[in-house]
Design a protein around this ligand. Structure first.
Ligand SMILES: Cc1ncc(COP(=O)(O)O)c(C=O)c1O
Length: 111
């Protein structure tokens, strides 16, 4: 994904660790620690704008986010005004019922 679609745009990718429960929110906070949430509204800021996320069946580990992690990640994304770019091709291949991010949260488009 990074080499084909992001690199040509000269965007910078910052890796975030994941484990058996998927992307680790503590690692995401650590990755964002050089910035403060107020940087998200500062013109010209180089604060990250997009969070690329594979919520289910991460390749190659097969890890999937727990509901608690989805909530925590969503909160961080709200704090830092990150757009979540969800790449979820394996959602329908799961054997247990999981709740998608879309059905977890209502997004406030008008403030
Ligand atoms: C999460 C995820 N998104 C996208 C892709 C790319 O799929 P495609 O090669 O069909 O574009 C893969 C391929 O493994 C994947 O695991």
């Amino acid at each position: 994904m990074y080499s084909i679609q992001v690199k040509p745009l000269t965007s910078k990718a910052i890796p975030v660790e994941s484990d058996i429960d998927g992307l680790n929110p503590a690692s995401l906070r650590q990755a964002l620690s050089p910035w403060s949430p107020s940087d998200a509204t500062r013109p010209g800021s180089d604060i990250p704008k997009v969070l690329y996320l594979v919520p289910n069946g991460g390749n190659p580990t097969g890890a999937g986010l727990t509901l608690d992690r989805k909530k925590e990640i969503y909160k961080i994304a709200q704090d830092y005004n990150l757009i979540i770019m969800e790449d979820d091709p394996y959602f329908y291949l799961q054997f247990t019922k999981v709740i998608s991010l879309k059905s977890c949260f209502t997004i406030n488009l008008i403030s």
